[in-house]
Design a protein around this ligand. Structure first.
Ligand code: HPA
Length: 236
């Protein structure tokens, strides 16, 4: 099975024949959409819930990834709205991610390996993003950018201009609040992941005095492009 996890602006996908399903996991219930007919090997999971009601720091990441694993998912494309720090990915552009830095602060339930029955295990992150799956995204859409390094903050507040200047000086390209936690958990259970980031703003202090977001219509167009790319690459 294959899955798409969508976030801000990608809470539901059209033209996807699916049924809503509640999956129970040791970490809590998860609502997701299981494809039917021509989409029967695909699952769509909106990480903030289908009505976008869960903020990034309170998402039950373990339940989400555990539900996908339970349903037999071995390949995942996850989609993230981000703010742009460098020119690698500018507002209105879509790109893949090459690496991440986790600055979410350690307060999240971010691992399956909590000792006792679940054991103590240190999963390698040398290749957090699957090279083959990422290459298939670029092969299918040569206009896709190489979005670079994602820094994950805890949120839900946006960053201060000085935080963004620090991130820029460390070579980070885009900022968001979810990818590091989600991808690390997917890697812990052996799910291969490639990620699409789409930028909706210049990060604080970069584009001007205040952070300004691109419009809903543009977000809608980016979403359609990303979903059709995911469907092609995941063989749907
Ligand atoms: N900061 C953090 N997360 C984000 C941003 C941002 O500027 N834009 C979209 N997600």
């Amino acid at each position: 099975m294959k899955a798409i996890i969508g976030g801000t602006g990608v809470d539901r996908i059209s033209h996807f024949h699916s049924e809503s399903k509640e999956v129970s996991t040791p970490y809590g219930p998860v609502e997701l959409f299981v494809g039917s007919g021509e989409h029967s090997s695909l699952i769509f999971l909106p990480r903030h819930g289908s009505s976008h009601s869960v903020p990034p720091h309170l998402i039950n990441y373990r339940a989400n990834i555990s539900a996908l694993k339970q349903l037999g998912v071995d390949e995942l494309i996850s989609i993230y709205a981000v703010g742009s720090i460098s020119d690698a990915l500018k507002p209105g552009e879509i790109g893949t991610l090459s690496d991440f830095v986790d600055l979410s602060g350690g307060g999240r339930l971010h691992t399956f390996f909590t000792g006792e029955e679940s054991g103590v295990k240190h999963v390698g992150m040398d290749e957090a993003f699957d090279r083959v799956l990422t290459a298939s995204l670029h092969a299918e859409d040569p206009s896709l950018k190489k979005g670079g390094v994602y820094v994950c903050t805890n949120g839900p507040r946006l960053e201060t201009p000085r935080e963004i200047r620090m991130f820029a000086s460390l070579g980070f390209d885009v900022v968001g609040m979810t990818a590091a936690t989600e991808i690390a958990l997917a890697r812990e259970v052996g799910i291969r992941v490639a990620s699409l980031a789409y930028s909706i703003n210049w990060a604080a202090g970069i584009g001007g005095a205040d952070v300004e977001f691109i419009g809903d219509e543009e977000i809608g167009r980016l979403k359609d492009r990303m979903i059709s790319l995911c469907l092609k690459v995941l063989g749907e």
